[in-house]
Design a protein around this ligand. Sequence first.
Ligand SMILES: Cc1cc2nc3c(=O)[nH]c(=O)nc-3n(C[C@H](O)[C@H](O)[C@H](O)COP(=O)(O)OP(=O)(O)OC[C@H]3O[C@@H](n4cnc5c(N)ncnc54)[C@H](O)[C@@H]3O)c2cc1C
Length: 218
Amino acid sequence: MQSATTLICYAWIVLNGAWEAGQLVSLTGREKWDQRDYTICSGTEDDTLDILYRLIPHGLLTPYLVSLREGDPVTVQGPYGRFTVRDPSRPIFFCATGTGVAPCRAFLRSHPNLNLTLFHGVRTPEDLYFREEFASLTYFPFCSREPLDGKQSRLTDALREVTLPEGLHVYLCGANEMIYEAEEILTERGIPSDHLFHEPYYYRAYDEEDDAVKKHSV
Ligand SMILES: Cc1cc2nc3c(=O)[nH]c(=O)nc-3n(C[C@H](O)[C@H](O)[C@H](O)COP(=O)(O)OP(=O)(O)OC[C@H]3O[C@@H](n4cnc5c(N)ncnc54)[C@H](O)[C@@H]3O)c2cc1C
């Protein structure tokens, strides 16, 4: 495993066996209870199984993951999960926050003919992972803390306005808060609950600014 940057890391594993786009693996650290889930972000035909993760400096597993070097052994369990493409013939609306964009990349690389629209909400433009790859899609990036193309915006605000095609399936992934809010908006807008699929990753995303505040206050 190798880290691409100090904050957002990209790792790869060689895994034997079949899996479906949208599934995840569980990685284990030094102790068997140091276990966390990561969605595979490569395609089913790719040679490696890739994951995308954010380093949480006070977290249990990610500081260990960034310390790994290529060739270091790591316990990988899986694949698990049902956040997979239910019906590739439907229009898909994918809403992700932060690293929650990982399954969308797996969808794209595994099902190149999907009719997919991506809403990706992040805090700053550097968090728009895979931006170049997504440029071929109907792709809407939103930055809440810094301007992107001169504008700060929130994914859920845009969700209230966007035209939603008939019969679409919606996939929601990342921060629980976004998922709850988006489900409420989409339900109000008439999307039936069996057309909504979600994969919650975390409550309250890690925030470097909170760390900075804590450091200043000690
Ligand atoms: C089904 C599932 C799939 C997941 N897939 C991914 C993935 O593909 N990539 C990924 O980075 N994470 C993913 N996660 C989150 C992941 O399992 C870990 O929680 C995360 O990597 C942090 O691990 P940690 O032990 O270092 O810190 P933890 O002790 O687990 O987390 C500390 C705190 O950091 C915050 N946090 C956790 N994860 C994130 C994140 N990704 N971005 C911002 N803030 C966060 C939360 O507030 C959390 O309480 C997934 C979680 C689930 C349940």
